[in-house]
Design a binder for this molecule. Structure first.
Ligand SMILES: Cc1cc2nc3c(=O)[nH]c(=O)nc-3n(C[C@H](O)[C@H](O)[C@H](O)COP(=O)(O)OP(=O)(O)OC[C@H]3O[C@@H](n4cnc5c(N)ncnc54)[C@H](O)[C@@H]3O)c2cc1C
Ligand SMILES: NC(=O)c1ccc[n+]([C@@H]2O[C@H](COP(=O)([O-])OP(=O)(O)OC[C@H]3O[C@@H](n4cnc5c(N)ncnc54)[C@H](O)[C@@H]3O)[C@@H](O)[C@H]2O)c1
Length: 484
C-alpha cells in the first residue's frame, strides 16, 4: 500500500539506497538542485564499479597492458627500441588495483561529505513508499531512489570456491596466475580478463553458449576482434556449449573440471580440466532484502520495473509515488555512467523538469588492447529495424591503417564504422575498434544525444595528427546535404 504525507514532515527530500556510482551521481546532482539528501549504504561506499568493477579492472588492464607492450619486441623494434627482460610482480599489480579502488572510494566519500550528503550505514528496507529502515533506525523522505546495483550471476551447477573457480569479485584480487584459465562467457568481463591473463602469461579458453564468441558485438567488429584480440594470443574457444557443471580443484594438485553440454540438446559433449575457471556469465540485480513487497513491487527476474523516467512501477504497472530505481537494479543498461545518468535524469524529474535519458546515446567500451567501443545498434540490428520499418541503412567505414598518429605509434590495427538511415541521416550506431577507441566514441554519442544527423558531422574539424581523424574520415564519407 502506498501513502503520502506532506513534504515538511519528511526527514529528507531524497534518500538514496546504495552508494555505488549511480547513487553517488544522483546524490551530487540532488545537492546541486537544493535537495536535502541522504544515502544509505549496506556494504562498501563506491559499490561494484569502484570496489569490484570498472576501477580495479582498469588498473589491472593498465599494468598488464604495459607488460604486453614491453614484451612485444617486434613492435618495439619498429620504433627503434630494445628492452631487456621485462619482469613484473603479481602482488605489485594486485596492489595497484586495490590502492586505486581505495583512492577512488575515498574521493567519492569525501565528495558527498563535502557537499553535505548524510551517509547512513546499514541495509535499507522499505517500510512504505516514504519510509526506510536501516539497522535499528529509520528515516523518511519525499523521494526514495533504489540504487542497489548487481552481483555476479552464477548459473546452476557451477560451484564457486573463490580460489580455483571464481567470479570477477575474486579475479580482481589477482591472488595467483593460473597457467590455464577457462573463462565462461565472452562478454565484457570475459574479454577484459582474457586481455589481463594473456598479457601476464596465462593461456585462456573461452566457453561461450552462443554460436559465436563476443555475441553482443557488431558482426564485422567481432571478426576484427577475433583477428586482433584472440588469434595472435594464447586463447582458444568453444561455442554453442554451456558449462553445466564446474567442480573446483586444488592449485598444483587437482584440476578444476568443467562439464560442457550442447546448448540446444543439453547433452554432455566434453569434460575439460583446467587450472582455474572465471565465471563471467552476466550479473543479477541486488534487490533481495529491500522489502519491495511493502511498496507493492513485483520484480522481474529480480529487476525493479521502471518507466522511462526511472519511476518504480507496482504490480499493476502503475507509478509508485515517490519511488525511483536507477542503475543495474533496473537492468536497463548495466554500465556505470548509465547508472549515474539515470540518477541525474530522475532528479530532474523530481524537481519538475521533465528529463528522459536517451539510452541510444549512451556509449559503451570494452577496455581490451586495443579497445572496442560503440553507441547504439550493431549493423545487423539496424538492418533488421530497417527491414521492419521500411527504410534503407547506410554504413560508412574506415580503418586506422592510414591514420598518421596510429602509424606513428605503429598501432594501426582496427576500424570505425558509422551506421545511419539513408533517407534522414539519423545516426543508428557507431562502432570503433582500435587505439583509444573508448575515448573516440564520444563524438558520435554526443551527436546522438543532441539529435544531430550523420550529414551534420561532415564539416566538423579535427586536429592533425590525432586518432580523432579516424572518426573524421568516416564522417567525411557521408553525403553533404541528403544522407546516402
Ligand atoms: C569486473 C567489472 C568491470 C566493470 N567495468 C565497467 C566499466 O569499465 N565501465 C562501466 O561503465 N561499467 C563497468 N562495470 C559495470 C558497473 O560496475 C556497474 O554498471 C555499476 O557499478 C552499477 O552501478 P550501481 O550504482 O547501479 O550499482 P553498484 O555499483 O552495484 O552499487 C550498489 C550499492 O548498493 C548497495 N546496496 C545494495 N542493497 C542495499 C541495501 N538494501 N541497503 C543499502 N545498500 C545496499 C551495495 O552494497 C552497493 O554498494 C563493470 C562491472 C564489473 C563487475
Ligand atoms: N567495460 C565495461 O563497460 C564493462 C566491463 C565489465 C563488465 N561490464 C558490465 O558487467 C555486466 C556483466 O558482464 P559479463 O561479461 O559477465 O556479462 P555479458 O552479459 O556481457 O556476457 C556474458 C556472456 O556469457 C555467456 N553465457 C552465459 N551463461 C553461460 C553458460 N552457462 N555457459 C557459457 N556461456 C554462457 C553469454 O552468452 C554472454 O556472451 C555487463 O552487463 C556489462 O555491462 C561492463
Amino acid at each position: 500500500m502506498t501513502m503520502k504525507i506532506s513534504a515538511h514532515d519528511y526527514d529528507y527530500d531524497l534518500v538514496i539506497i546504495g552508494a555505488g556510482v549511480g547513487g553517488h551521481g544522483a546524490a551530487l546532482h540532488a545537492v546541486e538542485c537544493g535537495l536535502k539528501t541522504a544515502i544509505i549504504e549496506g556494504g562498501v561506499i563506491g559499490g561494484t564499479c569502484v570496489n569490484r568493477g570498472c576501477v580495479p579492472s582498469k588498473a589491472l588492464l593498465a599494468a598488464s597492458g604495459r607488460v604486453r607492450e614491453m614484451r612485444d619486441a617486434d613492435h618495439l623494434k619498429m620504433l627503434g627500441i630494445e628492452v631487456g627482460d621485462v619482469r613484473f610482480e603479481r602482488q605489485g599489480i594486485a596492489d595497484h588495483a586495490e590502492n586505486l579502488a581505495s583512492t577512488i572510494r575515498n574521493n567519492l566519500t569525501n565528495s558527498m561529505k563535502g557537499l553535505g550528503v548524510d551517509i547512513l550505514l546499514g541495509n535499507a528496507t522499505f517500510r512504505d513508499n516514504h519510509t526506510v529502515s536501516y539497522g535499528n533506525k529509520k528515516c523518511t523522505a519525499q523521494n526514495i531512489i533504489i540504487a542497489t546495483g548487481s552481483i555476479p550471476f552464477v548459473p546452476p551447477g557451477i560451484e564457486i570456491d573463490g580460489k580455483t573457480v571464481f567470479t570477477s569479485d575474486d579475479a580482481l584480487k589477482l591472488e595467483w596466475l593460473p597457467d590455464w584459465v577457462a573463462i565462461i562467457g565472452s562478454g565484457y568481463i570475459g574479454l577484459e580478463f582474457s586481455d589481463v591473463y594473456t598479457a601476464l602469461g596465462s593461456d585462456v579458453t573461452f566457453i561461450e553458449a552462443m554460436p559465436k564468441i563476443m555475441p553482443g558485438f557488431d558482426g564485422e567488429i567481432a571478426k576484427q576482434a577475433e583477428r586482433i584480440l584472440i588469434g595472435p594470443r594464447n586463447i582458444d574457444y568453444v561455442t554453442n556449449v554451456l558449462a553445466t557443471k564446474v567442480t573446483p580443484g586444488i592449485p598444483g594438485e587437482k584440476p578444476v573440471t568443467i562439464e560442457l553440454s550442447d546448448f540446444k540438446t543439453r547433452e554432455v559433449v566434453d569434460v575439460m580440466e583446467v587450472d582455474a575457471c572465471l565465471v563471467a556469465t552476466g550479473r543479477a540485480p541486488f534487490t533481495d532484502g529491500l522489502g519491495l513487497g511493502s511498496i507493492n513491487v513485483e520484480t522481474q527476474r529480480g529487476f525493479v520495473p521502471v518507466n522511462e523516467r526511472m519511476q518504480a512501477l507496482d504490480k499493476d504497472g502503475e507509478v509508485i509515488e515517490g519511488v525511483w530505481c536507477i542503475g543495474d537494479a533496473n537492468g536497463k543498461m548495466m554500465l556505470a555512467h548509465a547508472a549515474s545518468a539515470q540518477g541525474i535524469a530522475a532528479i530532474e524529474c523530481m524537481c519538475g523538469r521533465d528529463k528522459v535519458l536517451n539510452h541510444n546515446s549512451v556509449p559503451a567500451a570494452c577496455f581490451t588492447h586495443p579497445e572496442v567501443s560503440f553507441v547504439g545498434m550493431t549493423e545487423e540490428q539496424a538492418r533488421a529495424k530497417g527491414e521492419e520499418e521500411g527504410f534503407e541503412v547506410t554504413v560508412k567505414k574506415t580503418s586506422f591503417k592510414a591514420n598518421s598518429k596510429a602509424l606513428a605509434e605503429k598501432e594501426s590495427d582496427g576500424m570505425a564504422k558509422l551506421i545511419y538511415r539513408s533517407d534522414t541521416g539519423e545516426i543508428l550506431g557507431m562502432w570503433i575498434m582500435g587505439l583509444h577507441a573508448a575515448d573516440l566514441i564520444h563524438e558520435a554519442s554526443n551527436a546522438v544525444n543532441q539529435g544531430m544527423k550523420a550529414q551534420d558531422l561532415k564539416f566538423a574539424v579535427h586536429a592533425h595528427p590525432t586518432l580523432a581523424e579516424v572518426v573524421d574520415e568516416v564522417f567525411k564519407q557521408v553525403g553533404s546535404t541528403v544522407a546516402h
